[in-house]
Ligand binder design. Structure first.
Ligand SMILES: [Zn+2]
Length: 86
């Protein structure tokens, strides 16, 4: 299990031009950090290893996940649809 999460973390990259934290919406709802309540995130994408998807029974899913990194506490939120920058 630890190797799986290490692989996920290593695959996470900031996409070009998204280094400035901003506010995002997913599914029509503004994203707020569930840990600290911050509303500013740095967006990125992560390639999910197929082996990892199979491991958790999600091998049917898209292999690109979208991440929002909280600019205050560093918590990472994962989404399977692209967050909309507000
Ligand atoms: Zn936070």
């Amino acid at each position: 299990m630890s190797h799986f999460w290490t692989t996920l973390t290593q695959g996470t990259k900031n996409t070009a031009g998204s280094f400035t934290p901003g506010q995002y919406s997913v599914g029509g709802k503004k994203v707020t950090c569930p840990h600290c309540g911050n509303e500013r995130f740095a967006a990125g994408t992560s390639q999910i290893p197929t082996a990892g998807l199979t491991f958790v029974g999600l091998e049917w899913a898209e292999q690109t996940a979208y991440t929002l990194l909280c600019s205050n506490c560093g918590r990472i939120e994962w989404y399977m649809q692209e967050p909309v920058r507000l």
